[in-house]
Design a protein around this ligand. Structure first.
Ligand code: EPZ
Length: 420
């Protein structure tokens, strides 16, 4: 397994271009299964999860044409088998996103239950409840979700008692081809849900209310093709901003969207960062100052994103003061903190609350990544540690961060990949 070796101590300075959002690209690639004509998806990030989703579609017999910029044209008309096999789904939970489109367009689907993962049990009961409400016959047996619909799905009113991003996305996609109107209540408001809705509208879907907690969909008979660029990755953006803040540096982040991470920018300003923004860029300057400790509580968008909690815990580990981090979305998303404690961080964990007492600097140590965002937080911790930190199991990081060594090297980081 590859490892990353990072020599900490340098403030990061420079410019970074942000890639397309993984969590927008994945539902949009699944949405191509709804169309009766080819759909071209642009600005896809070069990530392992994207490759996995493309492999899943290809295995189902969908024709893909990929150009040198990784823009991909997908024609679902050639689909041969309506199965998402375990060996692919177990490597990427987001494979569940093909369930709704397959049932809605082809009348049936067989999708492996995604296993739990490091950060929690992550059930998909709400996805299944939503499809059943639309008239699908869904059976869960032998580790597979088997769904069938006798003719078109029926529009329905669906209330999510927990805000679920991919649950909202699955039902939104299914509703676009259902007969009649669907109303999705307590819907996720994440920018990636909005991006998916905009892509579906470009394919001819009749959707309104996306970005609010109530989405209305009037089903149509069929969806046509389109060419759609995925939105910039707000979590990648926040990760680089937080890394630079922790190292007391200065950065200009380009090809991004400053309007979809208000909660993160506000918290960074609280930590003492000087932030200016333009239409597609954000500049952060710490003016050489040590960040101040800041409290965060994760919650669904537009509140502070759970996908930024680990990165902020790394910054708080070397901030001035004591901070409290509350994780309200997942039941086990503090594993990175045990690794940081081995680097000298002062953290006390009680259930879903962590109290962090900032220290001036961390100490390098061999550490292990446990999930995607945890691995990003260990990179940040290594950047503010004295000595050479080696991070193992960095396949996690390759799932969600395009060319992370190259982008950090551009910022002056001393980082290299050790092939394992
Ligand atoms: C999406 O996961 C993201 N993944 C996650 O990003 C992100 O952390 C999460 O939303 C929360 O923002 C993608 O978009 C591909 P949820 P998702 O359904 O949809 C419970 C990353 O790092 N729940 O919004 O799987 C669930 O247990 C990844 O890029 C049910 O109970 O998350 C959790 O407590 C990690 N039943 C809460 O809802 C269900 O049927 C929110 O989960 C579905 C979810």
């Amino acid at each position: 397994m590859d490892k990353l070796m990072i020599t900490g101590g340098e403030p990061l300075r420079g410019e970074v271009r942000i890639s397309g959002a993984k969590n927008s690209a994945l539902p949009i690639l699944a949405a191509t299964l709804l169309a009766s004509e080819p759909v071209t998806v642009c600005n896809l990030p070069h990530l392992h999860d994207i490759t996995t989703m493309l492999e899943l579609l290809r295995r189902m017999g969908v024709e893909l044409v990929i150009d040198e910029k990784l823009n991909v044209e997908i024609d679902a008309g050639t689909i041969k088998q309506l199965v998402a096999p375990y060996e692919l789904v177990k490597t990427m939970r987001a494979s569940i996103l093909v369930l709704g489109p397959m049932v809605a367009h082809f009348g049936e689907a067989e999708v492996s239950l995604p296993g739990g993962c490091a950060i929690g049990s992550r059930p998909v009961d709400l996805h299944i409840q939503g499809l059943r409400a639309m008239g699908a016959d869904v059976v869960v047996e032998a580790g597979y979700i088997r769904a069938k619909s006798n003719g078109r799905l029926k529009g329905a009113r669906i209330f999510f008692d927990t805000v679920t991003v991919t649950g909202t996305e699955n039902i939104l996609m299914a509703a676009t081809l259902a007969e009649g109107q669907s109303i999705i209540e307590n819907a996720a408001r994440e920018p990636e849900v909005v991006d998916l809705a905009e892509c579906l509208i470009a394919m001819g879907a009749d959707i309104s209310g996306h970005g609010t907690d109530t989405i209305t969909v009037n089903g149509v008979e069929k969806l046509h093709g389109c060419k759609f660029p995925v939105v910039a990755d707000r979590i990648e953006t926040g990760t680089y901003l937080t890394a630079v803040a922790a190292t007391r540096g200065k950065i200009k982040v380009k090809n991004t969207n400053p309007r979809i991470l208000d909660a993160v920018l506000q918290k960074l300003e609280e930590a003492g960062a000087h932030i200016t923004t333009g239409d597609d860029w954000i500049e952060l300057d710490m003016k050489g100052q040590r960040p101040k400790a800041i409290n965060i509580t994760t919650a669904p968008y537009p509140a502070f994103p759970t996908d930024m909690q680990a990165q902020f815990s790394a910054m708080n580990a070397v901030s001035e003061g004591v901070s409290i981090l509350k994780e309200t979305i997942f039941e086990n998303r503090f594993m990175h903190m045990q690794e940081m404690i081995r680097m000298g961080a002062k953290i006390n964990i009680d259930a879903n609350t962590a109290v962090v007492e900032g220290v001036e600097r961390l100490q390098a140590a061999p550490v292990m990544a446990t999930d995607l965002r945890a691995s990003a937080s260990l990179v940040i911790a290594a950047l503010v540690a004295d000595g050479d930190t080696v991070i193992d199991r960095i396949y996690h990081i390759d799932r969600g961060y395009e060319c992370i060594e190259e982008k950090l090297q551009l910022l002056g980081a001393r980082i290299k990949r050790i092939p394992g």
